[in-house]
Design a protein around this ligand. Structure first.
Ligand SMILES: O=C(O)CC1=CCC(=O)O1
Length: 96
């Protein structure tokens, strides 16, 4: 199943810079691993913000919940999820 996930990062303003850098590095490593597995299909920055729009390709709601809740930045993000299905006018054949 495909999901559009929008994540907005809200780090506490008083978080030490080194701690923030460590969490961001862990987030990058975690997300790149999922991208290489094909589970995190797209990762786009929303221009002008500290938000991203991502497309996940996972088995079901439970797998999405597991992956997203393990994000190192999860405690510091607002997240919205929209399930996607194929558009009848789409000419692409590389997703279901
Ligand atoms: O910077 C972000 O949008 C948060 C994030 C998600 C994956 C990643 O590497 O950073």
């Amino acid at each position: 199943m495909l999901y559009q996930v929008e994540m907005t990062v809200k780090l506490p303003t008083d978080m030490p810079a080194e701690q923030a850098a460590d969490i961001k590095a862990a987030e990058k490593s975690y997300s790149q691993d999922l991208q290489r597995q094909g589970k995190w299909r797209h990762l786009w920055r929303v221009a002008g913000s500290y938000s991203n729009v991502s497309i996940f390709d996972v088995e079901d709601n439970a797998e999405l919940q597991a992956l997203v809740s393990n994000l190192p930045l999860f405690p510091y993000m607002e997240i919205s999820v929209k399930p996607l299905c194929r558009h009848p006018s789409s000419v692409r054949d590389d997703y279901s």
